[in-house]
Design a protein around this ligand. Sequence first.
Ligand code: SF4
Length: 425
Amino acid sequence: MISASALPRLLHRASGQPLSLAEHDQEFGLINPQMDLLTELRESGLTGRGGAGFPTSKKVELLRDQRGHGKFVVVNAMEGEPASHKDLALLNANPHLVIDGAEMLARMIGANRIAICVSRDNPLVINHVNRALHERSRRSQRGPEVELHTPPWRYVAGEESALIHWLGDKESLPQYRPHRPTILRIGRNAALVDNAETCANVGLIGRFGAEWYRTLGTPTSPGSTLVSVTGAVAKAHVIEVALGTPVRSILEVAGADTDPSAILLGGYGGTWLSGENIRFPFATEYLKEVGASVGAGIIMVLPRRACGILETYRITKWMANESARQCGPCAFGLPAMADDLQQLVSGGQGRKQSLDRLIRRAAEIDGRGACKHPDGVVRMVRTALQVFEKDLHNHINGSPCVASRESKFYATVPRFEREEDLVWE
Ligand code: SF4
């Protein structure tokens, strides 16, 4: 049995290969059919690992109470965020734990179908999931039908309503949802969407229970979490840590720069924090003091030689291109914000006016999209203007920005094609 206080819990694998079904059973033990899953889930305090941090048991209760047509459990392993690799690392290590969790969720809400979604440009992960499904199909157990879906990769394709839209109509377009949580539907069927890491945690709780689960982490943020560390690090890392581990310790284990100029928490739509904040424990109850959260477990490290304003411009430009172009503030506002930042960075005439325009546009765009895509960019830009005040001052005054000569785009992570491109511990 997996030890309660030891890591890794989620990233167990055998000699560089994903755990086979037999190895998985041996490592994790069999599922306890007598367990009151929903009670254990509630008491575990598990929150979604996809970014929003909503209590998983509450989502389950909402879906369990839906009557009428069939129900789906959708496992979101789209990993639309370029700085995140955790779900791919997880499916490469232990696909059966994710599928176990999805089956337990299906049991709790009474779903008859499970859709596992991995973007189609991850052939290695798709192979691992297919192999896992094949292994399970040879066991004559009755249960929900499990299907693998491979939507095209895009940033917004991983947004849960866009994913549901794709499963129904093959279009990755987010849906307008004024009230949350909302019941998402594929056709007439209610769908519970959970991130792959969330499902794997359910797979643990359904075996070992809430008390076991809470032996790691903090009282408010129990359990372990997967963290993608990118930027000023020799290789992109996915690390499993107990929630509440200091950010500095995470960077040390990842071999990242531990004297950074800044870190970007939460990915391209996240929050910039100045480097001294790596002293904070990686748990939302601590990070919220500085306006951040654990989100989807992404830490991008910016070294002191880089320019935060240039990096922010590059991210904004990339995010502007990723808009689904359904909503004006996003389709036109984000490219305009990228233009303002470019003018600031390039040091041309009217730099001060560019900054004023940028601040005004951020206020106009915030909260106006059908999804949170533009809000994330606004948050990232606003925090950049605070954290990189010195860089900003230099650009506005036309002082030479030595850091701007740095050609590396730190927030870019090469797409994960080979297993050895990614390290996990
Ligand atoms: S806010 Fe942007 S990404 Fe979201 S639905 Fe509207 S256009 Fe698409």
